[in-house]
Design a protein. Structure first.
Lengths: 228, 416
């Protein structure tokens, strides 16, 4: 599904040019469950931003189902993020003024769904993540685990091809971490492709494939046949 | 469809901070209210000036002694109301010459004026007295409420008869019928033969019914005689047959008078003529200029209101950087973000405009009711006020919205 060739991203830090991503080549198949690990500054977040279409590479190619995403303009990238990608962030990034249901509706609004269908789909997604009774709550009225589940429901709203999660359990306690990881595994079993950036071993162990980064390069790419 | 959703995002953000939104709109509220009130007052003034000048008589040409000075603009009012021009260059002969030689002059009315103490049946009243000919009623579009006007013969013979205005009649005789009664004007007894129909108060505050009309000869010799020698008159009113004839008649009057006064070509006139149409035009232009000036000053506060909106919108963009980043991450295009924030700014400004329009209209009506000043809310005030406030919102929201749309989603999401 994803072909990344010689992907390079360089940042200007004062006088110095730092290669956050230094010629990364990688391919991801549909249905994979991947953990991207490495110390901070190793380039894993940059990879995530590039895969998610939030940024463009300075060099290299990014093919998504054969389409060259690195050549997209801003509007095409926006549509790509809307239709193909679901994001989960460490800090959830829910809009505090909106209810859980409205937060889940957000990607569908930008996708141009009619209101009634949108609402039905959002309710369905919240049910999927086990939040049937919390649809009218605002983020501040919910626990961290619940908020992250709303965020996952939002990421699933437009049936993305790829779910990108950046430290999704970084702000959660052990118990809720387990719940969220179980949810991810369930979604993966249903065919969703998952890429999770993490530095927690526990999270990485759940993945079938672990890609380790250091200084903008892949240092190891190992698979386990069965999830732990 | 999506536009409606973006509008809902925009209004949602406004409603989330009612106090802040209210204070932000306040500048536009004040600006729009001020513009609406000022233009209403200006338009009212214009209507008042128009009705005042029209009440002097239609298709009227006013001939005054002395050379015309300066522009005809606001000075017109002075001529119209004052009447007592400088010099004594106009005579009854001039009036006769105009009546005889100018085609299309349907009424020619020479006038002398004075102030006189009246006494009748134990009551006293100080008023304006005008020495006129019967044509005066035609020239000034006056009508009689009762009795009759003195005729040419009575006027020529210096008969001591008068026609009184409503105010004079009321002050001297109350509810009683003044016809046939005697009134002493500066101790000279006159007989009242008619009462004028009320013309009401002029816009300049003068009571147009506070007047006594007497035959020209009698009034000049008995009342204002000391100041006027021979057949001198202070003003000659000439009524043209129609509005189309007005300018032509005015020119003919000038030509006749130049011959009468033996003014050689190139020499300056020793009289001046003005027609109502041009006076009206000049006064309206003056009032319009004044109105525009007032509205422009008021519009400055609208601009200040716009700056206030821009300021708060910049704050909002900074505050909501993460929201913008998230919206972009889930698929908002830059144009979606731009439109959302532009709509927010326009909605703030438009809400201010609607409130300001309401306050402005109510304020103008209150001024009309309480103060003695007409206020006419122009029909275009509504669309103009709302259009302008939208424009202000758009103009001052453009930069903040652009800033929001230019944000880098990665940076924006990372912002605390």
């Amino acid at each position: 599904m994803i072909e990344v060739r010689n992907l390079t991203k360089v940042y200007q830090m004062g006088d110095e040019r730092v290669a956050a991503l230094d010629g990364v080549t990688l391919s991801i198949a549909r249905g994979e469950h991947i953990a991207v690990i490495g110390p901070s500054g190793s380039g894993k977040s940059t990879l995530m931003n590039l895969l998610g279409g939030l940024d463009r590479p300075d060099d290299g190619a990014y093919l998504f189902d054969g389409e060259d995403v690195s050549g997209f303009d801003d509007d095409e990238l926006a549509q790509f993020r809307n239709q193909r990608i679901g994001f989960c962030f460490q800090s959830f990034q829910l809009l505090p003024r909106l209810t859980a249901l409205q937060n889940v509706e957000l990607p569908m609004i930008y996708g141009g769904w009619p209101p009634a269908q949108r609402r039905a789909r959002a309710a369905e997604m919240l049910e999927r993540v086990g939040l049937t009774t919390r649809m009218g709550h605002r983020p501040t009225q919910m626990s961290g685990g619940q908020q992250q589940r709303v965020a996952i429901a939002r990421a699933l709203a437009n049936s993305p091809d790829l779910l990108l999660a950046d430290e999704p359990t970084g702000a959660l306690d052990t118990h809720t971490t387990q719940e969220v990881l179980a949810l991810f595994e369930e979604l993966n079993r249903d065919g969703l492709t998952l890429v999770i950036v993490t530095h927690e071993n526990e999270v990485a162990e759940h993945a079938q494939r672990r890609i380790a980064f250091r200084d903008g390069k892949i240092v190891s790419d190992e698979r386990t046949l069965a999830p732990a | 469809m999506k536009f409606i959703e973006l509008l809902r995002f925009a209004t949602g953000a406004i409603i989330a901070h009612p106090l802040r939104s209210g204070l932000t709109s306040l500048g536009v509220v004040i600006g729009v209210a001020a513009v609406v009130m000022m233009t209403s007052i200006g338009l009212g003034a214009q209507q008042r000036v128009t009705s005042t000048i029209a009440s002097l008589g239609s298709n009227l040409i006013i001939v005054s002694p002395g050379a015309a000075r300066g522009g005809g603009g606001g000075g017109g009012g002075g001529f119209v109301m004052g009447g007592a021009g400088t010099g004594m260059t106009l005579t009854e002969d001039d009036a006769e010459a105009i009546a005889r030689d100018v085609e299309g002059a349907i009424a020619v009315a020479p006038v002398v004026r004075g102030q006189a103490q009246l006494a009748a049946d134990g009551a006293n009243w100080n008023t304006r007295i005008e020495g006129v000919t019967p044509d005066y009623l035609i020239a000034r579009d006056l009508t009689l409420a009762s009795g009759r006007m003195f005729d040419d013969r009575e006027a020529r013979q210096g008969k001591k008869v008068v026609v009184v205005g409503q105010t004079v009649a009321r002050e001297l005789w109350g509810e009683q019928d003044p016809i046939g009664r005697r009134v002493r004007v500066r101790s000279v007894p006159f007989e009242v033969v008619g009462v004028l129909e009320s013309k009401g108060q002029s816009s300049f505050g003068q009571d147009q019914d506070d007047v006594v009309l007497g035959p020209l000869q009698a009034v000049r010799s008995r009342v204002v005689g000391r100041r006027l020698r021979g057949e001198v008159v202070q003003t000659i009113y000439v009524k043209a047959e129609s509005e189309d004839e007005l300018t032509r008649v005015q020119e003919d009057v000038s030509n006749v008078l130049r011959v009468q006064h033996r003014i050689r070509p190139g020499e300056e006139d020793d009289f001046s003529t003005q027609n109502m149409a041009s006076i009206l035009q000049a006064s309206q232009a003056a009032v319009a200029t004044f109105t525009i000036l007032l509205a422009a000053v008021a519009a400055v506060s609208l601009v200040v209101g716009g700056v206030g909106i821009m300021n708060i919108m910049l704050v909002a963009v900074t505050e909501r950087t993460r929201e913008i980043g998230l919206r972009m991450a889930v698929g908002a295009r830059r144009s979606d973000v731009l439109i959302q924030f532009a709509l927010e700014s326009v909605a703030l400004s438009l809400a201010g405009g609607i409130i300001g329009l309401t306050i402005g209209v109510l304020g103008a009506l209150a001024i009309a009711r309480v103060g003695d000043w007409p206020a006419a809310v122009p029909t275009w005030a509504g669309p103009l006020a709302l259009g302008f406030s939208m424009l202000v919102g758009l103009a001052f929201g453009a930069y903040p919205s652009w800033r929001a749309a230019r944000l880098d989603p990665i940076e924006a999401l990372r912002r605390e």
